[in-house]
Structures are given as structure tokens and as C-alpha cells.
Ligand binder design. Structure first.
Ligand SMILES: Nc1nc2c(c(=O)[nH]1)N[C@H]1C(S)=C(S)[C@@H](COP(=O)(O)OP(=O)(O)OC[C@H]3O[C@@H](n4cnc5c(=O)[nH]c(N)nc54)[C@H](O)[C@@H]3O)O[C@H]1N2
Ligand SMILES: Nc1nc2c(c(=O)[nH]1)N[C@H]1C(S)=C(S)[C@@H](COP(=O)(O)OP(=O)(O)OC[C@H]3O[C@@H](n4cnc5c(=O)[nH]c(N)nc54)[C@H](O)[C@@H]3O)O[C@H]1N2
Ligand code: SF4
Ligand SMILES: [Mo]
Length: 683
């Protein structure tokens, strides 16, 4: 479907530009080294203005994944019992016929809402992740999926305060003098922000890390502040208390650009250092020191992570931290301010790619993806079919045993489209092979830096693999959908998507210019805190919209929900060498990461006769997993941290999401992966 001019596929040898397709804020520019039609080496593109040739180890070793002999080559159908892993090769014709016939029958019997799409950002390409699939399921009238698993609580909290997912330009952080990495393991998850911080450090900048785990990022900090999980809003409120009390706030800024600073000033008197210290575990002296550094150093920059918002109170935590730069007037200082997500700068015309108008019934139900287990097991009217792409819910979804019980339902017709035989695919009725991002055309927009990039196809599809766009177009044909979008090329769709008057920042970016330049920055902008898309146009320290939604209108600390009588807070975070479950099934990356580990404080270990290197069982009401233990000072007492979503087919031993809660967070229907409680014992 791609025009040869816009593709490198016919050139067997050479070095070709590419974009990293993974769900990572850095969205690196890459160079693919192709020999005899195969990508044998991936390196960073030294000309990329932000990523400058540096890439992570995961993607440096990407050839091991795209050339992996275990990649799916053909469509397959299930021939054994559900979950037995017995499949046989079929043709694309048989696969598409089976799916469309089954769906036609189900729709006739139960209506289209009995079908549920399930997807996330296994590939960040805009057409691949949220283009043709959305258009297809809209036309089908399927149940809608609320894609809440990642950042929705924090995004909502930030939006209440700042109006949109917009922070500062990360390239400006080279000027920052104080970095606070707050609930983000940036060494593993945003490495170019660390490179910028290291450069600024050479000009005297200080790096503070606030986290529940002294991981790689904590270890490189000038000052690491350990905090009790789920208490970040209390810490930020304690900082506000001191900033007001010691007159370190910028009243001129507050007056001109914010709503509610008088109320906030009164409100934070209750968050005195003693109270805050008791809640957060941060000593009073440290709270003073942190507040004074933040009050005195300029420019100061807060990188707000995703980890701290995977909690019952995650929306409020981000909302509260997002108020801090307003107190000090930092939004007007180059290199000062904050970033949670910058996706708001690069918005494109998603209506033409997602086609919400194709959905006939405006009351079509919406299912929160964090509640997948409940939805598959309990929801009425029943879900009789699910189509999974760009995601691996059997591993990544919260309360995963429930999800697996749902996937194992004999009467659930499950289709999985992926590059690999994932744990989810194991339960499938039909498996479809997917291309890698280097095999098709798409456009990408970072949610951290300010560049849009294009990927032209570099290699031929792997055996019979097809892209998401192509599969949905083929399915549309089978289902008899006649809208022209189901015949449009990627090129046409990209042209339409970039034609978007509503976002003046990308006015100068179009298909031709991207084809020529590979990446383009959005228009430079002046951050105007007096003209924000909040109801008042200002930064909302007091939010009437929150009051209307039944939330405290002022930043407020609310403790985590009760999660049973278990002594430990459980934080199953990501690791360095995988991205979510991606790479967890590639031997090479598993070798790099070695073993799944649980970090525990030596005080707790001593109490339980647990020694470094022991295998432990960690459990709660929802499930159990087995891991090796690392005893030390990396976590506070009463906290257990693990890293990585390990996939061990058959054993399920390391399935940390067996333990995670499927409650939804305070805002945005967000996930609460890190608000669970557990117990631990030596095996
Ligand atoms: N190497 C690697 N990179 C990735 C990913 C990956 O899996 N591996 N995943 C990608 C995706 S999808 C995302 S969303 C991002 C996520 O990347 P980040 O934004 O870094 O978020 P997490 O890694 O989930 O958590 C960050 C940190 O929050 C800490 N934390 C947990 N609870 C709390 C708390 O209550 N308070 C505080 N202060 N800290 C807390 C954890 O210990 C962890 O160190 O990374 C992306 N990049
Ligand atoms: N315990 C715990 N659980 C978590 C998290 C955590 O920190 N702790 N993090 C959560 C977060 S932030 C996120 S974002 C989610 C992420 O969860 P997922 O979005 O499920 O991410 P992955 O596990 O990387 O799975 C992506 C899948 O998409 C496939 N894929 C890649 N490209 C394509 C393509 O072009 N087409 C098709 N059809 N498939 C493709 C990959 O092979 C892979 O199997 O996990 C969440 N789960
Ligand atoms: S995963 Fe992130 S750091 Fe690694 S190459 Fe991709 S965008 Fe860059
Ligand atoms: Mo995520």
C-alpha cells in the first residue's frame, strides 16, 4: 500500500532513518543498518536534535527482536483446549473468514457491543495504535474501551490544574539549576532527560530524586529522598506550607496567573512539617531543606513521573505537585516549570483517523480497561468476543488472575494480533502475525520532546505478517464496510491527520516536509500561564471543576484505600531492559535483566528470617508470585518493590500483576498498580 518513493524496502543494503516505536517518552531518532534485506544493527541518529545518537540498550538490541525466530509468521487457529497452546497454521483467507463469520453471528444474536477491542501502545505509531482500529470498531459498533492503564489519573489531575498536557520544552532544561525527578525512574524510562540533567549538572545544577525505591535514578541523584508510597501530595503540601510561611512565594505571579492562592495559603497551614513527616516518612529537617532549595534555586524543574500516579490518589498527587511551580513563579523562567506529559503540543486531526462519526449508537457502552477481569467475568450483557492488538493483558493488566480466568472462558471468541506468541495469544482462538514498525509507514508524536517524526517502511513484512492498518482494512471489507477510509493509504491518512487548523503549533508540518526531514519540531511557543485551557484561563490552585466532580477543590492529601490486612505496600514497577512486557519474551533481553527481584528492607528481612538471594513467596487475596529477594536499604521498611513484567509461560511464577488491585484511581479511571498490599515469606 506504500508508494516506492516513500519506502526503502527495495534497497537491500544501506543505512535508513527510523523512529523508535516503543511507548517511551524519548521517541529516539534511529538509523537502521540493512544488509541483504535484513536489519542487522540499530543505532541512534546523531542528527536528531534531542536524542542526538544516544539510545537505550533495549533498542540497540532490537534486531534480536525483529529477527527473532520465534516471531509469528502465519495466521493460526486453536486446535486444543483453551490455553493449551495448541495451534495450527491457516491462511489469511481462512482467518479473516472465521473472524468475520463469527462476528456476524454474534452481532445478529447479541448486538455489536458483545465485541470488545482491547489495545494499548505496544507501537506508538498514530495509525497503528489509534487510527484504523478505532475507525473499524466504531463502524462495527463494538463496545468502547477506555484506555486508562497508563497515565490517565495523572493526566486528569494535571489538566485540572494546567488545562492541558503541556509543560515546558525539555530542551530548555539544559538551563535548569535544580532538577526534581519525582516518581520517575528516568535512567530507565526517560534517559535523555537524564542526559540533559547531567549536562546542566556540569554548570552547577543539583539533582533531587523523590521515590519509594533507590533505583538507578536514585543512585545518581545528589540527594535521594525516600518516601512512603502514595504520600506525595502530603509532601508537596508540606513544601507549600513552608514556602508560604517563609515567604518564598512569588505573589506577583500568583496574583496575575492563578486562581485561589489565598484559599491555598490558609488551607496548607494544616500541613505542618511534623504532620507531613509522619505521613510521608520524610524527616522534618529534610522537608525544610527540600522546600528551601525549591524556594531559592531558579530555574527549578520538576519531572513528574507515572509511578507516583499509579495509586488510589494518583490524580491528586500529580495535581498537587503541578501547583508548585506556580507558587515560585517558575513557569516564566526559561528552564523552570514542570513536565508531566507534553502530548498536548503535537495533537493532530484524530477525527479523520479514528472516525468517531462511524459509531451509530452514541450510547454504546464504554469499558475501563483496568476492569478487564470483571468485564470478562461479570459484565452483562456479556462480552462474547475480544480482539487484542498492541497489548498483552494476560501480563500487564491489574488483578491478572481474574483477567486470565476471563481469557480462559470457552465461550469467549478471542483474536490476538501480535508479533509474538504472547501469554494473551496463548488463550486465543485465532492468532494473527503483526509487522514490526520498520515494516510499514506511520507517523509518531512524542509525549515529552516536541518533534513529530515519520517512519517509512525499511524492510519487507516478516513472512505473512500484516500491519494493524492492513488487517483492519481487510476485516472492514469482510464486514461489508464501504466508508472510503477503509481503502485509504497510510500516506493519505497522514496527510489528513496533519491538516489541522486547531493546532497552530504544527501548522508548518505536513507529509512532504516530514518525508524530506524525518522529524520536525512544533512551532516555538511562549508558555503563557495567563492563557491556559482551564475554565478561568489561569492556573487553578482552586478548581471549581474538581468541586463539581466531587473532589476536594484544593490540593489535599487523601490516604490510600484499605487493601486488606497485609503488612507490606507492594510496588511492582517497570525494569530497565523491557518495556512493559515487550522484550520479556526475547532471550537476549531476558539475559540482560537476569532475574526478577523483590527489594525489601533489612529490618523486615531480619524479622522474617529472610536472607539476600532467598526465594520468597509474595501473596495477598488476589494471588501470589515467587521472586528472589534483595535485602538492603533500597526501600523503606514496610515497602516491597519489584521490577519488570516477566512472562514465564507455563509457570506464571513471576506474575506480579496477580497481586495488583483493579480498583480505579481518584481521577480518569486510572490504574492503581502500586496501591496494593501483600505479605511475604521465605520458601
Ligand atoms: N525501561 C523501561 N522504560 C519504560 C517502560 C518500561 O517498562 N521499561 N515503560 C514505559 C511506560 S509505558 C511508561 S508509562 C513509563 C513509566 O515510567 P516512569 O514515569 O518512570 O514510571 P514508573 O517506572 O512506573 O515508576 C517510576 C518510579 O515511581 C516510583 N514510585 C512508585 N510509587 C511511588 C510513590 O507513591 N511515590 C513516589 N514518589 N514514587 C513512587 C517507582 O519506585 C519508580 O521508581 O516508562 C516508559 N519507559
Ligand atoms: N505491575 C505493573 N503493571 C503495569 C505497569 C507497571 O508499571 N506495573 N505499567 C502499566 C503501563 S504504564 C502500561 S502503558 C501498560 C502497557 O501494557 P501493554 O500496552 O500491553 O505493553 P506491552 O506489554 O509492551 O505489550 C505490547 C504488545 O504489543 C505488541 N505489538 C507491538 N507492535 C505491534 C503492532 O504493530 N501491532 C500489533 N498488533 N501488536 C504490536 C507487542 O509485541 C507486545 O506484545 O502496562 C501496565 N502494566
Ligand atoms: S525505548 Fe526510549 S530510549 Fe530506548 S530507543 Fe526507544 S525511545 Fe529511545
Ligand atoms: Mo505506560
Amino acid at each position: 500500500m506504500t508508494n516506492t518513493m516513500n519506502s526503502y524496502v527495495n534497497e537491500q543494503n544501506g543505512i535508513f532513518p527510523a523512529v523508535c516505536p516503543l511507548d517511551c517518552p524519548d521517541q529516539c531518532g534511529l538509523l537502521l543498518h540493512k544488509v541483504n534485506g535484513t536489519v542487522i544493527k540499530v543505532e541512534g541518529d546523531p542528527n536528531h536534535p534531542v536524542t542526538k545518537g544516544h539510545i537505550c540498550n533495549k533498542v540497540r538490541n532490537m534486531p534480536a527482536r525483529i529477527n527473532d525466530q520465534n516471531r509469528l509468521k502465519y495466521p493460526m487457529k486453536r486446535i486444543g483446549a483453551k490455553g493449551s497452546g495448541k495451534f495450527e497454521q491457516i491462511s489469511w483467507t481462512e482467518a479473516l473468514d472465521t473472524i468475520s463469520n463469527k462476528w456476524k453471528t454474534l452481532i445478529a444474536e447479541h448486538g455489536p457491543e458483545t465485541i470488545l477491542p482491547y489495545s494499548f501502545y505496544g507501537n506508538m505509531g498514530n495509525l497503528t495504535s489509534e487510527g484504523m482500529g478505532h475507525a473499524f470498531f466504531n463502524a462495527l459498533g463494538a463496545s468502547r474501551l477506555d484506555r486508562t492503564i497508563c497515565n490517565s489519573a495523572g493526566a486528569k489531575g494535571y489538566k485540572y490544574t494546567m488545562g492541558a498536557s503541556r509543560g515546558i520544552d525539555p530542551e530548555d532544561t539544559i538551563h535548569s539549576k535544580l532538577f526534581i525527578f519525582w516518581g520517575i525512574n528516568a535512567v530507565s524510562t526517560n534517559m535523555h532527560q537524564i542526559l540533559l540533567a547531567q549536562k546542566a549538572r556540569k554548570q552547577g545544577a543539583k539533582i533531587i530524586v523523590i521515590d519509594v525505591h533507590k533505583n538507578q535514578t536514585g543512585r545518581l541523584a545528589d540527594w535521594f529522598i525516600p518516601i512512603q508510597p502514595g504520600t506525595d501530595s502530603a509532601l508537596a503540601l508540606g513544601m507549600m506550607h513552608i514556602l508560604f510561611k517563609e515567604n518564598m512565594v512569588d505573589y506577583a505571579f500568583l496574583e496575575k496567573f492563578t486562581v485561589g492562592h489565598d484559599e491555598l495559603k490558609k488551607h496548607v497551614t494544616q500541613y505542618d512539617p511534623k504532620t507531613v513527616s509522619e505521613i510521608t516518612g520524610v524527616p522534618e529537617d529534610d522537608l525544610y531543606k527540600l522546600s528551601r532549595l525549591y524556594g531559592e534555586i531558579s530555574p527549578s524543574y520538576i519531572r513528574i513521573g507515572n509511578g507516583l500516579q499509579h495509586h488510589d490518589n494518583g490524580g491528586m498527587a500529580v495535581r498537587t505537585i503541578a501547583c508548585l511551580p506556580a507558587l515560585t513563579g517558575q513557569w516564566l523562567v526559561k528552564g523552570g516549570g514542570a513536565i508531566k506529559s507534553n502530548s498536548g503540543y503535537l495533537s493532530y486531526n484524530s477525527v479523520v483517523t479514528q472516525r468517531p462519526d462511524l459509531l451509530e449508537n452514541p450510547n454504546t457502552r464504554t469499558i475501563n480497561m483496568n476492569l478487564l477481569g470483571q468485564a470478562l467475568l461479570d459484565l452483562e450483557p456479556k462480552i462474547h468476543s475480544m480482539y487484542v492488538y498492541n497489548s498483552n493483558p494476560a501480563i500487564v493488566a491489574p488483578n491478572c488472575n481474574k483477567v486470565r480466568a476471563g481469557l480462559a472462558r470457552e465461550d469467549l471468541f478471542l483474536v490476538v494480533h501480535d508479533l509474538f506468541m504472547t501469554e494473551t495469544a496463548f488463550f486465543a482462538d485465532i492468532i494473527l502475525p503483526a509487522t514490526s514498525s520498520f515494516e510499514n509507514m506511520d507517523f509518531y508524536a512524542s509525549y515529552w520532546h516536541h518533534y513529530i517524526q515519520i517512519q517509512k517502511p525499511v524492510i519487507e513484512p516478516h513472512f505473512e505478517a500484516k500491519s494493524n492498518v492492513e488487517v483492519f482494512q481487510l476485516l472492514a471489507k469482510e464486514m461489508g464496510f464501504t466508508d472510503p477510509i477503509f481503502k485509504e493509504s497510510e500516506e493519505t491518512l497522514i496527510r489528513k491527520a496533519l491538516d489541522y487548523q486547531e493546532n497552530p503549533y504544527i501548522e508548518h508540518i505536513n507529509f512532504e516536509s516530514l518525508i524530506e526531514q524525518n522529524y520536525q519540531k512544533c512551532q516555538s511557543y511562549t508558555f503563557d500561564p495567563g492563557n491556559l485551557p482551564t475554565p478561568s484561563g489561569k492556573i487553578e490552585l482552586y478548581s471549581g471543576a474538581m468541586a463539581q466532580a466531587g473532589l476536594p477543590p484544593l490540593p489535599t492529601y487523601l490516604p490510600l484505600k484499605d487493601d486488606g490486612d497485609f503488612p507490606f505496600k507492594f510496588i511492582p514497577a517497570p525494569n530497565h531492559n523491557f518495556i512493559n512486557s515487550t522484550f520479556a519474551n526475547n532471550e537476549f533481553h531476558v539475559e540482560l535483566e537476569k532475574n526478577p527481584v523483590a527489594y525489601i528492607n533489612h529490618v523486615d528481612a531480619l524479622d522474617r528470617g529472610i536472607h539476600d538471594g532467598d526465594t520468597v513467596r509474595i501473596w495477598n487475596n488476589r494471588g501470589a508470585c515467587e521472586l528472589k529477594v534483595k535485602v538492603g536499604e533500597d526501600v523503606l521498611p514496610s515497602v516491597i518493590v519489584t521490577q519488570g513484567l516477566w512472562t514465564h509461560r507455563g509457570t506464571q511464577k513471576h506474575l506480579v500483576n496477580a497481586l495488583t488491585p483493579d480498583r480505579v484511581a481518584d481521577m480518569g479511571g486510572g490504574a492503581t498498580f502500586f496501591s496494593g498490599r501483600v505479605n511475604i515469606e521465605k520458601i
